[in-house]
Ligand binder design. Structure first.
Ligand code: PNS
Length: 182
């Protein structure tokens, strides 16, 4: 089928890093669309742990079993990227009520900007719906076990990265308690 006739969706995000929750959404999207472009956003306002290239490499490696997936990056408006890619749909994962306000606002704004493009919310599995890249990074930074939450290459990358940082940082200070004399 020529690319223009394929049902194409864009799944945008920061993916810093991709988690099992993202992967779950991607797998669901692949059952609905012929072509799913996982699009890593350049966002200079958000300090990222991983470079765009590292994030794209990880996404590519953990989605290698999904033939419909393409990995891309974009700068500028998401709807412009979707239009230029021939996509009819934007995919977003909706984990909890707390996601709703931000996602609803973004979906309506994107509709104003590009009425022909729909936003489709997919619900991740219960086992992954509590996950976020931010929490995964925090756990990894503090030396906790992240392998239940992210695919193996991501776990390996973050462990190596934070182990190096810990090695190069001054000794972690011991927690202290102040005891007052009575
Ligand atoms: O994973 P995130 O950080 O929640 O993803 C947010 C993202 C990248 C989807 C959003 O910030 C975005 O669409 N950025 C591109 C710029 C844009 O189009 N902004 C207007 C959105 S209404």
């Amino acid at each position: 089928m020529p690319k223009a006739q394929l049902r194409t969706a864009v799944y945008p995000g920061s993916f810093d890093p991709i988690t099992n929750g993202h992967l779950d959404v991607i797998e669901r999207a692949c059952r609905l669309f012929d072509r799913v472009i996982v699009a890593v956003a350049h966002n200079e306002q958000k300090a990222a742990l991983l470079s765009i290239d590292e994030r794209m490499q990880l996404i590519s490696s953990v989605t290698s079993h999904l033939k419909a997936v393409e990995v891309a990056t974009f700068d500028g408006l998401l709807v412009e990227f979707a239009r230029n890619s021939g996509a009819s749909t934007l995919i977003r994962g909706l984990r909890a009520v707390s996601d709703f306000e931000y996602e609803f606002q973004m979906a309506l704004m994107n509709r104003r900007l590009a009425p022909e493009i729909e936003t489709l919310f997919l619900t991740p599995s219960e086992e992954t719906s509590f996950l976020s890249s931010r929490l995964v990074k925090e756990i990894a930074r503090l030396g906790g076990e992240i392998s239940p939450f992210v695919p193996p290459p991501v776990s390996k990358t973050l462990k190596t990265l934070f182990a190096t940082r810990r090695k190069n940082s001054p000794q972690t200070r011991n927690p202290r308690t102040i005891t007052r004399r009575k």
